[in-house]
Design a protein around this ligand. Structure first.
Ligand SMILES: O=C(O)[C@@H](CO)OP(=O)(O)O
Ligand SMILES: [Mg+2]
Length: 427
């Protein structure tokens, strides 16, 4: 049973980087009141849906979101109040046409997504179901494999590491709760090791450590050292996943590894570099190993490495079915990174995941580097059939909130819960 939307409100709140973001409230005729908050990226793809910012330098240095807030109040609310909250796809389509641009540039993907998420949450509450069960149905019993970003570089940290994210994947764990324990123990062990080596143990935007390492290689080495010192077998219990976020160090036709002093590399040299890493380290997934415009490079990269590891496209696909379709046709990757705010509605995000399923590709659900305490993503991951989920390290509350919500869901599912590492390997 749905419920009629009787009121909608919106306000500006802060995200985990202290930047403003949009929170939307939805109320129903049956008394239900819910809210949802929108995340925000730093290493954004150029084709992402538009995050509307005020641009008024006086408030938050231009980053305010009052325009997006007023778009919810003045443009979206009058059309949506009175609708049945269970009509998610219809409401999302209506917002897309009210915006009328291909990239939600008029009303802002932050305004539209806030409404879309809040409507889904209201419908779940109205149906008396947890969000994962409402969106996923009775088959939503798979809890995602977490990828925990424990070492940060690139645009997420002021250090000498070029690549943005070094994640651990506790793929040998029997259940999500154990996976989280493996990861948290490794995280704490890594802290001790970094300290002993004389490195700083401050953390980056996603809660991973951000030491000034001597090389990119050392990032993998020190993680593997932590894995074994924590009592785990690397490759068997815990593997590594990377998100170099290569668009952020690509320019003038070359990949510039200058943070670590390794100079400039061509696309083919980067792929060769990763092949060398696959020989040395247990890497099960590489996301954005190349830049978003390097479609030709991605084809060669996937042909060369896709049989050995998962090749995930983030900036190149931006959760947009048009780009994912092209990727499937051209064999540009074998997996897609899925971010709700890259495309801007729940319905379109589900459509992107459906496309991955149809192609036999895996997908990785993802937070943004600027997050809030909202745990929508955790429920959404279970609703979408588990897969893999990256939402930062095991510290920083805005990340831990999602992991803690997954602990709750796994507990609630009890004996019906399923967990395991299902990922693509296809060149
Ligand atoms: O590149 C990424 O995958 C994300 C999330 O980790 O970073 P950002 O939100 O800054 O785009
Ligand atoms: Mg990425």
């Amino acid at each position: 049973m749905g419920g009629t939307i009787t009121c909608m409100d919106a306000m500006e709140v802060l995200d985990s980087r202290g930047n403003p973001t949009v929170r939307v409230f939805v109320g129903l005729d049956n008394g239900i009141r819910v809210s949802a908050s929108v995340p925000s990226g730093a290493s954004t793809g150029e084709n992402e849906a538009v995050e509307l910012r005020d641009g008024d330098a006086g408030r938050y240095g231009g980053k305010g979101v009052l325009k997006a807030v007023s778009n919810v109040l003045d443009i979206l609310a009058p059309e949506i109040v009175g609708q049945d909250c269970a009509r998610q796809a219809e409401i999302d389509r209506m917002m897309i046409s009210l915006d009328g641009t291909p990239n939600k540039g008029k009303l802002g993907a932050n305004a539209i997504l806030g409404v879309s998420m809040a409507v889904a949450r209201a419908a779940a509450a109205s149906a008396g179901l947890p969000l994962y069960a409402y969106l996923g149905g009775p088959g939503a019993v798979r809890v995602p494999m977490p990828m925990l970003n424990i070492l940060n570089g690139g645009k997420h940290a002021d250090n000498s590491v070029d690549f943005q994210e070094f994640m651990i994947v506790p793929l040998g764990a029997p259940c999500f709760a154990e996976a989280l324990r493996y990861a948290a123990e490794t995280f704490h062990t890594l802290k001790k090791i970094l300290k002993k080596k004389g490195y700083a143990t401050n953390v980056g935007d996603e809660g991973g450590f951000a030491p000034d390492l001597k090389s990119n290689d050392e990032a993998c080495e020190v993680i593997l050292e932590a894995v074994s010192a924590a009592g785990y077998q690397s490759g068997k219990d815990i593997a590594i996943a990377l998100d170099p976020a290569a668009s952020s160090f690509y320019g003038d036709g070359a990949y510039d590894l200058s943070k670590s002093g390794q100079g400039r590399k061509t696309s083919a040299e980067m792929t060769k570099f990763y092949a060398g890493w696959l020989d040395k380290f247990p890497i099960v997934s590489i996301e954005d190993g190349l830049a978003e415009d390097d479609w030709q490079g991605f084809r060669e990269h996937t042909a060369a490495l896709g049989g050995r590891t998962q090749i995930v496209g983030d900036d190149i696909f931006v959760t947009n079915t048009e780009f994912i379709r092209r990727g499937i046709r051209e064999k540009s990757a074998n997996s897609v990174l899925i971010k709700l705010n890259q495309i801007g509605t729940v319905t379109e995000t589900i459509e992107a995941i459906r496309l991955c399923h149809a192609a036999g590709w895996s997908y990785v659900l993802s937070h943004r580097s600027g997050e809030t305490e909202d745990t929508f993503l955790a429920d959404f991951a279970v609703a979408m059939g588990g897969g893999q989920l990256k939402t930062g390290s095991a510290c920083r509350s805005e990340r831990v909130a999602k992991y803690n919500r997954l602990l709750e869901i796994e507990r609630e599912l009890g004996a019906s819960a399923r967990f395991g590492f299902e990922y693509s390997r296809r060149g």
